[in-house]
Design a protein around this ligand. Sequence first.
Ligand code: SF4
Length: 292
Amino acid sequence: MAVKIVRYEEPVFRPPSEALSLIVQATIGCSHNKCTFCGMYKGKKYRERDVGEVKEDLLMAREFYGDVKRLFLADGNALAMDTAKLLEIMDFANDLFNLERISAYATPIDLLEKSEEELTILRNAGLKLLYVGIESGDDEILKEIRKGVTSKQIVEGCKKAIRCGIDLSVTVITGLGGKKRMYENAKNTAKIINQIEPKYTAALTLIPVPGTTLYKKIEKGEFKLLNPVENLVELKWFVEGVECETIFRCNHASNYLPIGGNLPDEKESIIKAIEYAIKNPRILKPEFLRGL
Ligand code: SF4
C-alpha cells in the first residue's frame, strides 16, 4: 500500500507548473462553485480546513520529503480562506521549509474581497504567485457562465494583487462563447489582458464536462461548440489583440495546438504557427488525446 504522506480529499487539482511542488489542501472545494462549464469541485462542499490539521499535513510532509522549495495551497481557491488562518499556515510552513514560493488558486471574487493590506501581508509571508481563472473578458459570456464578476471587476481585482507584489498566472478559455460570441471572446479577453498585464497568460480550450449546465445546453442545441479550426481562429484573434508583455502558454492538455512564447515579442511567430495549423488541421491533437 502506498504511504499516505499528506491527507488529501480527492480529487485534487493543480496547475501544470506546480508538478514538483508540495501540495497541501488549506480549503476544500471552491467557494464559488457556480461556473456553468466547470465540474472540478461539484462533488465537494466548500470549507476551510482546520488549521491544526493542515499543520499536521505539513509536518508529515517535512518528515517524509525533507526540505521543499515550493508549496501550492489547494483546493479551488485557497485565497478565500480567512486571512489570519491562511497566514498561520504560511508562517508554519515557512518555519518548516526553506520555501522560495507559495502559490494558490484564487477567483477574481477573492481578489476583490481581500484588502490591499491583507494581500500585502500574504505576499510578505511568501505568497508570490496566484493562478486566477478569468476565463473571458466579454461581459455577456461572463454572465452566461455565472462567473460572478464583470470584466471591470476582474481587472480591478487582478490589478490590486499585482500592486501588492503578487505575480498572476491567468487562465482564459477559447470557445467559451461558442460560435455566437467567438470574435467577442477573443477581442474582449485580449482587451482585459492588456489592462491587467499579468506575468503569465494561459489559454485553455473549452472541453464540455458531462453533468455541467453548459454540457446540458450543448445537448439541447442551445450552445454551439467551436470545431478545432474555429478554436484556432479564435486563438489567433486573441493573440493578435494582446499588446502587453506576458508569458503566453497554450500547452494545456485541452489545447489542439501546443504553442507559447513571450508576447508581444514573439507574436508574429505564434500567429504564423497558428495559421499553419489552420491550413493543416491534420497536425492538431486528436480529440481522444485532449483532457482537462
Ligand atoms: S471555474 Fe473556478 S471559480 Fe468557477 S466553479 Fe470552477 S473552480 Fe470555482
